[in-house]
Design a protein around this ligand. Structure first.
Ligand code: ZN
Length: 437
């Protein structure tokens, strides 16, 4: 007998939207529907969406959530799909109890963003870590802090960790302000000047400046890009995606900034093409490797990359291969990416919390003065909250990274690690990927 998977998609949104990472109810529902359609359509499914509005994750006494629990207990559901664990609960104690309840009733919890296998001890441990972080985050930072930070940003407080190159962070009463560091600011100004008015590109500038040991450092292409894209150089502070104009002493004029950024987008099309699949693409008829080529006939501003068979002369569009590789890329690379990041962040997080524990112990036994204790604890709480932000970013990054979106070097690394060859059929436009064992 065929068995259809009975699924509940649970979406939750609290009233304090701002404090939440992620998406509103409609976004969550859309993502759940797409996800279920991709991963559960093979054997058929029956999806019920349960939406909860204005309910905090601090408590599990929520009206809609009670329906989920009821379905679990009555064995009328097989899988509960959520966008992130914190849609479910932000209390570790509750989370553990829920997992137990689900396990007992053979219901699987499937979070779109967090891919831990909660049927194993290791998977459960990792999941607990994530929820513990969410709990801690809610207890310590919360919306008030974020609002406070935004308010202080409005008042010209530079509340980011590091000053951009060309500035130093100085204390102005309680606030932190940016002050121009003349020597380094000259370097930044020259960079914009060269790109805007002297035909240089970020790439050529990075090379030049590395060779000349400007400021005694190595200049990467990406670092120069980062400088060029930073609006703080013309005086606009950007914090949590909001812009606060005229709150920083400018190093370049807005005109120069715009011109440099405009030149850069213009110069892009003159860069040499990098054939991503060079040495991998084979013609299915001639069994020979194909060579990269391009055309810009249709639109002079756009180039189309192809692979051409030297024997039969037929071509195959790179776009199709990109799309096909991306399907499997998601399964392998994204998990790799996140696991590495998670391990790093967990270590950092444990370390910071250990320091906080030490501080409170020192304070308790009288080794540390109250005001000093407060100051230090705040500093480390800041660090810990940044780690949580990084973790969330790492989730999003890992889940939303596409093959097309990663750097050329990362693409080639991925191919070298996992793919043997890609056989293409220029007539039917089909690709067959041969994976390395
Ligand atoms: Zn051929």
């Amino acid at each position: 007998m065929e068995k259809i998977t009975r699924i509940i998609g649970y979406a939750r949104e609290s009233t304090q939207r701002q404090a939440e990472n992620g998406f509103n109810l409609d976004d969550q529902e859309r993502r759940i529907r797409n996800y279920v359609d991709i991963y559960y359509s093979k054997d058929g499914y029956d999806l019920t969406i349960i939406r909860e509005e204005g309910a905090s994750a601090k408590s599990i006494n929520r009206p809609e959530f009670a329906k989920v629990i009821e379905r679990i207990k009555s064995h009328t559901v097989d899988v509960v799909v959520i966008y992130t664990y914190d849609r479910f609960t932000r209390r570790l104690k509750d989370f553990i109890a829920l997992l137990e309840l689900m396990d007992k009733n053979h219901v699987t919890l499937d979070s779109i963003m967090e891919k831990f296998d909660t049927s194993t001890a290791m998977g459960r441990f990792s999941a607990h870590q994530v929820v513990a972080m969410a709990e801690w985050e809610e207890d310590t930072i919360g919306e008030r802090t974020i609002r406070g930070l935004e308010e202080s940003a409005r008042q010209g407080n530079f509340c980011k960790n590091k000053a951009p190159l060309g500035y130093i962070k100085v204390h102005d009463g309680k606030a932190k302000k940016l002050q121009i560091d003349p020597e380094k600011a000259d370097v930044v100004r020259n960079l914009f000047e060269q790109i805007a008015n002297h035909d240089e590109t970020p790439f050529s500038m990075a090379n030049k400046m590395s060779q000349e040991h400007v400021l005694g450092m190595q200049w990467s292409n990406s670092y120069v890009y980062k400088i060029m894209k930073n609006k703080e150089y013309y005086g606009t502070f950007v914090f949590r995606k909001k812009e606060y104009p005229d709150s920083i002493p400018p190093i370049v004029s807005k005109e120069l900034w715009l011109k440099a950024n405009h030149m850069h987008s213009d110069t892009r099309r003159y860069t040499r093409h990098q054939y991503i699949f060079k040495g991998y693409v084979k013609c299915n008829k001639c069994k020979d490797y194909m060579t990269g080529t391009f055309t810009s006939k249709k639109h002079p501003n756009r180039t189309y990359i192809y692979y051409r068979c030297k024997i039969c002369g037929k071509v195959f569009s790179e776009k199709i291969i990109l799309k096909d590789v991306d399907k499997d890329f998601s399964k392998i690379y994204r998990n790799d990416l996140f696991t590495i990041e998670l391990k790093k962040l967990q270590q950092k997080y444990t370390y910071v919390n250990r320091i906080i524990d030490h501080l409170s112990y020192d304070q308790m036994i009288g080794n540390l003065k109250e005001n000093y204790y407060k100051e230090l604890t705040e500093q480390y709480a800041d660090k810990a909250s940044n780690i949580i932000k990084e973790l969330n970013m790492a989730y999003v990054k890992a889940r939303e990274t596409t093959f097309e979106g990663v750097k050329y070097s990362a693409k080639r690394e991925f191919l070298g690690k996992y793919i043997d060859k890609i056989i293409v059929d220029p007539i039917s436009k089909a690709t067959t990927i041969k994976w390395l064992k």
